[in-house]
Design a protein around this ligand. Structure first.
Ligand SMILES: Cc1cc2nc3c(=O)[nH]c(=O)nc-3n(C[C@H](O)[C@H](O)[C@H](O)COP(=O)(O)OP(=O)(O)OC[C@H]3O[C@@H](n4cnc5c(N)ncnc54)[C@H](O)[C@@H]3O)c2cc1C
Length: 349
């Protein structure tokens, strides 16, 4: 990724990103200074700051439309191989979102000591999902499954780096992987701080929902019990599924789409190109994950999870790969169009 420092500060971040409602709540700006906090699904500003470090603006994936994650060679960016994988462990498979590949890799890495801890996203409860530092199998399983709203979990990464944590795995959506790359490249001590992240697992993502709007909608629809699981089955299903007490309720996606975070419309990355490996669903094949291996580190830890018996794999169907590339390219085009349309106004100038 090629990035250039942006010589502006907190006031621009507030005016152009937070006040315009296009913050994607990745959490990159939280935990670096006392002025930002993540509260119930949103980044809130505690006070104005006139420091001349400007980290917050430079790191923001929405404040930097030129932040060239765009590898024009293909919709899913550069990769070594794409394969299908799923957990061999029954409990992981039952608890996780699809095939449990992400949870298996983290558990495998913790047990072999390749990683010391992992920044994951919890399930939320009375408030929105949030980042959580996982150190063992139980922690990982407590966080398994997808919450389709932002968790600000980079704030937990910032905090644990401050506390001296090392060999950290970070699991996150594409904007979080981009912010992490920016942090490492642009902060004066970026290499020293974010070099402590030894594994980046990216999740495929088309969009995330505004937690507070989703929560209000579900309450209005009578969903009062804690949600065990959410799911958005691949097209053409067009439903958003919510499971409480073992029972699924389906809502038409058209009812949910209005809650998509405004900032997601500018995103051009569906498959988390800045990650070491990226994981998503496999369209048309239930219970398996698509795995895009991108770096030596990603391939090494993935292969180790197979060798240690945590994962099984199958060849990825050629048709699925073509379709994945097309879907990722479509997201790029949509993001580019939104940027060109200048919906964000001055932020792009
Ligand atoms: C907002 C969002 C949108 C997504 N959109 C798509 C999509 O369009 N297409 C697709 O193929 N896949 C999408 N995914 C990824 C998919 O839902 C699964 O996370 C992925 O396939 C891994 O499955 P698994 O069975 O290995 O997961 P698991 O083993 O259950 O692990 C899932 C991991 O995701 C983490 N997590 C959960 N919620 C969040 C969150 N909000 N932010 C950051 N991390 C989180 C958990 O900490 C957990 O470690 C999306 C995920 C999210 C969070």
């Amino acid at each position: 990724m090629t990035v250039s420092p942006n010589p502006e500060g907190q006031s621009r971040l507030i005016e152009e990103i937070i006040d315009k409602g296009i913050c994607v709540r990745c959490g990159a700006c939280v935990g670096l200074c006392p002025y930002f906090h993540f509260f119930d699904g949103k980044v809130v500003v505690m006070d104005r700051c006139d420091a001349d470090t400007w980290n917050c603006l430079q790191l923001c994936p929405r404040a930097n439309p030129e932040g060239d994650i765009l590898n024009e060679s293909g919709g899913i960016g550069s990769y070594k191989t794409v394969t299908m994988a799923r957990a061999t462990d029954k409990e992981i498979r039952e608890t996780s979102q699809y095939g449990g590949t992400v949870s298996s890799i983290i558990i495998s890495g913790l047990q072999s000591d390749q990683i010391g801890s992992a920044v994951l996203t919890d399930r939320g409860g009375a408030t929105s999902p949030e980042g959580r530092l996982a150190r063992n199998r139980k922690d990982v399983l407590d966080c398994a499954g997808s919450r389709y709203s932002a968790s600000g979990s980079l704030s937990i990464l910032n905090g644990c780096i401050k506390d001296g944590e090392d060999r950290i795995a970070m699991v996150g959506v594409p904007c979080q992987m981009e912010a992490l790359a920016r942090m490492r490249e642009l902060m004066p001590d970026g290499e020293e701080r974010y070099g402590r992240v030894s594994l980046k697992i990216g999740l495929f993502c088309t969009w995330a929902l505004d937690y507070r709007q989703l929560d209000a909608f579900l309450k209005k629809e009578g969903v009062k019990d804690p949600v065990n699981k959410f799911d958005i089955p691949p097209p053409p299903s067009e439903v958003f599924r919510v499971q409480t007490q073992g029972k699924w309720r389906d809502f038409p996606l058209s009812q949910i789409r209005p809650f998509v975070q405004k900032g997601c419309s500018f995103c051009q990355d569906m498959t988390a190109q800045e990650a070491d490996l990226s994981v998503g669903t496999v369209e048309g094949i239930e219970g398996w994950n698509t795995v895009v291996l991108r770096t030596d580190k990603g391939a090494e830890i993935f292969n180790e999870a197979i060798e240690e018996g945590w994962l099984e794999t199958q060849a990825f169907p050629e048709d699925n790969l073509e379709h994945l590339k097309e879907a990722a390219q479509n997201k790029r085009e949509r993001g580019k169009k939104s940027i060109i349309k200048g919906v964000r106004g001055q932020a792009w100038e």
